[in-house]
Design a protein around this ligand. Structure first.
Ligand SMILES: NC(=O)C1=CN([C@@H]2O[C@H](COP(=O)(O)OP(=O)(O)OC[C@H]3O[C@@H](n4cnc5c(N)ncnc54)[C@H](OP(=O)(O)O)[C@@H]3O)[C@@H](O)[C@H]2O)C=CC1
Ligand SMILES: O=C(O)CCC(=O)C(=O)O
Length: 404
């Protein structure tokens, strides 16, 4: 990774505007803390956002991306606040991010510099975890660097961890959410045609579970491109190719199309499981899907959600569908203080139960009040966070609030 030199830095005015925007973006929920760090030797630049800790310590995964922004991490941290509240587990919202190419040869140096720079904030305020661009071996580097000054979840099993990306817990929960939502709206998952954007930790595991449940995966993608087969993709073959060729698995599989094609193909269920902000108004207006299940964080925006809702499509919000990672993270953190090893089956059972309880509640509330599922789900999460803030004396009781 190139070291930052003066010419790479934004001019003073841009820095000033970026900082002002961050302060302006702070609202009644948070963020409580934004820590930007850099290291001249490695060129590391990163950020930790602690959004809201009324229900417990900030917790969320750590992302590495060449296009990362502070705003992106702050939005992800806010999503984590709602996600923990929606599953009713007692942690708060946080997320960390590193600006950089996760395939660069000096990744380990950059991760170590990031962990060292944040050592004051961990482990009392933040525990590292997995998000896009990081894997179990990267979590191992964090704990090695931190020693007794901090912790990470998503560790390999050989280090006493719960390797939740390898276990595919989040994608499993996304598929369970699709099944629960399909039942709620009267769609048979068996023989449904599903398009999944992203074939990473979440997308692949979702595809595998959906195939187990009888669905046909008609399209999927990596950043390198998409594969589309109306007759059904051989997911086991694509997964084997991913192990061998990484994101080039789609090219090796054959018939590669532009990366966003997975969002545009004819399908019954659409699962965005890659990046944020990928479903705009045009895609929402054009999709043939009857159901959208958000595997990724923040793939829609208020406007595209309104389009989907107006068209009568059901949508399972990100923080309802993709809660598998935090349920695994919560078990991992508890396991550090327990003599009893974590049994992955316990985690899968809890994910399935939480998702299958929350999906009909949220879709039912959305239908009953003619509001989008995101509005219904945030209503539930807001009420839980607000109550915690009131009990802590952080805000006055709001007797007019309608609680779900
Ligand atoms: N890991 C987890 O436990 C959780 C993850 N999430 C969210 O799920 C999403 C995916 O995360 P995760 O699976 O861990 O990340 P990964 O890095 O494992 O996988 C991301 C996948 O998306 C693909 N991708 C990236 N950009 C594009 C693009 N522009 N078009 C098409 N495909 C693209 C990647 O391709 P390539 O390999 O070529 O880059 C890869 O296949 C993120 O929003 C994350 O925040 C949410 C909850 C928990
Ligand atoms: O908290 C974690 O470590 C993983 C889960 C996560 O980051 C998420 O759900 O987005």
């Amino acid at each position: 990774m190139p070291r930052p030199v003066n010419g790479d830095r934004p001019p003073d005015q841009e820095v000033r505007e970026a900082m002002t925007d961050m302060l302006a973006a702070m609202d009644e929920w948070g963020p409580e803390k934004v820590v930007c760090v850099s290291d001249q030797r490695t060129g590391m630049r990163g950020v930790l956002v602690i959004d809201n800790t009324a229900r417990g310590m900030g917790k969320g995964g750590t992302r590495m991306s060449a296009t990362l922004t502070v705003e992106e991490v702050a939005r992800l941290a806010r999503t984590m606040t709602w996600k923990w509240a929606a599953v009713d587990l007692f942690h708060g919202g946080a997320k960390a991010g590193i600006l950089g190419d996760p395939s660069a040869p000096d990744k380990e140096d950059v991760l170590r510099a990031f962990a060292r720079a944040l050592a004051n904030e961990v482990p009392s305020e933040y525990v590292f975890g997995l998000d896009m661009g990081l894997t179990e071996s990267d979590a191992a580097i964090f704990v090695d660097e931190l020693r007794d000054r901090g912790a990470a979840v998503g560790l390999p099993r050989a280090l006493g961890g719960v390797p939740y990306d390898q276990l595919g817990v989040t994608g499993f929960g996304v598929a369970e959410a699709a099944d629960a939502a399909a039942q709620t709206v009267g769609l048979a998952l068996k023989d449904s045609r599903v398009a999944i954007q992203g074939f990473g930790a979440v997308g692949q595991a979702a595809a595998e579970r959906l195939v187990e449940l009888g669905a046909t995966i008609v399209a999927t993608s990596t950043a390198a491109g998409a594969v589309h087969d109306a007759g059904g993709i051989d997911i086991a073959r694509l997964a084997a190719l991913r192990t061998e060729f990484g994101d080039d698995c789609v090219r090796e599989y054959g018939g590669v199309q532009p990366a966003d094609a997975a969002l545009r193909v004819d399908c019954d269920i659409l699962v965005p499981a890659a990046r944020e902000d990928v479903i705009d108004d045009a895609i929402a207006a054009a999709t043939t899907a009857r159901l959208v299940v958000e595997g990724a964080n923040l793939p829609t925006n208020p406007s595209s959600r309104a389009v989907l809702h107006k068209r009568g499509l059901a949508l399972v919000p990100d923080f309802i569908a993709n809660c598998g990672g935090i349920i695994a993270a919560a078990h991992s953190m508890d396991a550090r203080y327990s003599a009893i090893p974590v049994d992955p089956d316990t985690i899968f059972t809890m994910i399935s139960a939480k998702v299958r309880a929350n999906v009909p509640t949220v879709l039912g509330e959305s239908a009953a009040r003619d509001i989008t599922p995101h509005e219904a789900a945030t209503g539930l999460a807001h009420a839980r966070v607000r109550t915690a803030m009131e009990l802590r004396g952080q805000r006055p009781a709001d007797v007019t609030e309608v609680r779900l």
